[in-house]
Design a binder for this molecule. Sequence first.
Ligand code: MCA
Ligand code: AMP
Length: 514
Amino acid sequence: MARDHNLFTILRGGFPAELDAVAIETAGDAPLFYTWRDIERATAMLANLLDSLDLPAGARVAVQVDKSVESLLFYLAVLRAGYIYLPLNNAYKNDELAYFIGNAEPSVFVCAPKDFASLSRLAFAAGTTWVFSLGADRTGSLLERATRFADTHTPLRRSASDLAAILYTSGTTGRSKGAMLSHGNLVSNAETLKAYWGWRTPAEGGDVLIHALPIFHVHGLFVASHGALLAGAKMLWLDRFDPKKVIALLPRATVFMGVPTLYVRLLGEPGLTADVCRNMRLFISGSAPMLVETFDAFRERTGHTILERYGMSETVMLSSNPYRSEDGERRGGTVGFPLPGVALRIRDEKGGAAAPGEIGGIEVRGPNVFAGYWRMPEKTKDEFSDDGWFRTGDVGKVDSAGYVTIVGRSKDLIISGGYNVYPAEVEGSINDLPGVAESAVVGVPHPDFGECVVAVVVARPGVALDGAALLAMLKTRIANFKLPKALFVVPELPRNAMGKVQKNLLREQHAGLF
Ligand code: MCA
Ligand code: AMP
């Protein structure tokens, strides 16, 4: 019989034989302990609840809740029952959510108890049939309902091409696109990373992961959680990143994953020393470029060389610096080698093969590459070359030793603290504000967030705009990480002879702001 590709079933295959061992321990003064058996039983109850709802095959289950172990269990339950998981950043405001829900048409929506009144109305209006609530403190209707169901459940068989998740990723033009990831995409990446990063099962000494990232994007939800679950490794769980709490946990841990901002904040703590890292095996960074300065400072302080890797919502992980020294050194400023099974090529502006070391567009192919954008066949087609390679929108080069370096992006994208912000989307929101004629949004260097958002706005004739008032209005409409950290009202935008806004000039002008 063909392999069952249900990601849940495959992750469960990595659970240790000792099901009463602790799988997840929450950080804090009153830690909670979840055993592997708890994961098995709780996901069964939640999957039975989903099964009782008579959802159509391929139903989407959208979730916008605060991070909690239960929200991870619910993700696993959605996989187990064979539905499609759609995680939403909890910073998104109602206007943003209305778009995602209208576009994905989820059958089930789970939100925080405090948002139930407004978001259930929004979801029901979009045709969602079931709305549940889930609080970070385990309150809400989801768990209450699930307790009525049996704690055994047979996972639905899935083929490699069946969808497991849809992740919305913004577009350079127009609205966000839902990247459709299959069970096969996620299984192949999890298995590749397990081997490449040398995850240790309990029988091999047992890894312990500090999980401090949000679980509505690839990094925290897939790379970190899948890695630990597939290896049967314990997780020390933080509902939000706190550098002091991470440092307190480091002596008990072996693996940590973060975006560069997390490393910058850890380095800001005198408590980060080589001694607290004495049991650590691996520090991994990704989602945004890490400054060589941070890479060097971390090595000097802790004796550990951060392993930087590169990925996307559409492809999960693409490349990684080597884990084993016999495969090469970890080079700061590079994202390492294409992962086993992933093919990566650099194309010049005309679409031809770039010479070794030459800079061009990064294109990729492999079992990890997504199935396309949800209900956007034309956009999907645009992002693939005629011979089937996915165009990442990142610009880079491969050196003679095979290391990939990302030197920029052909897509107009700002990465702030590991979150992606598309200038076109923020400009659209600013242009909708009363009295605004036009705007330009750029990313400028920021010591904590790496890059941050800055807006330059032009008023309609005869209108006197107040920058602070504009920001206050914007704050109610867009997620806070997209909110400009500075906004300037100017008489006009700099344009070139073709009439195109010269964003490079704006970037230069504001480069020293922070
Ligand atoms: C919070 N703020 C931000 C950000 N986060 N502003 C810009 N960029 C951000 N990323 C705002 C807050 O709303 C607040 O504004 C002010 O900054 C200070 O908040 P603070 O308490 O410092 O924020 P925090 O709660 O500590 O969050 C910072 C953070 C967080 C921990 C760095 O942004 C984070 O968890 N980032 C990780 C994102 C991530 O997981 N990315 C992976 C994507 P105010 O004071 O006005 O309220 S997956 C991916 O990219 C690919 C596939 C890959 O390769 O992994
Ligand atoms: P997302 O849309 O959240 O999936 O973000 C994917 C983008 O993050 C990639 O296309 C890259 O531009 C960027 N990215 C991820 N990892 C790295 C890294 N290690 N260095 C530089 N950029 C990265």
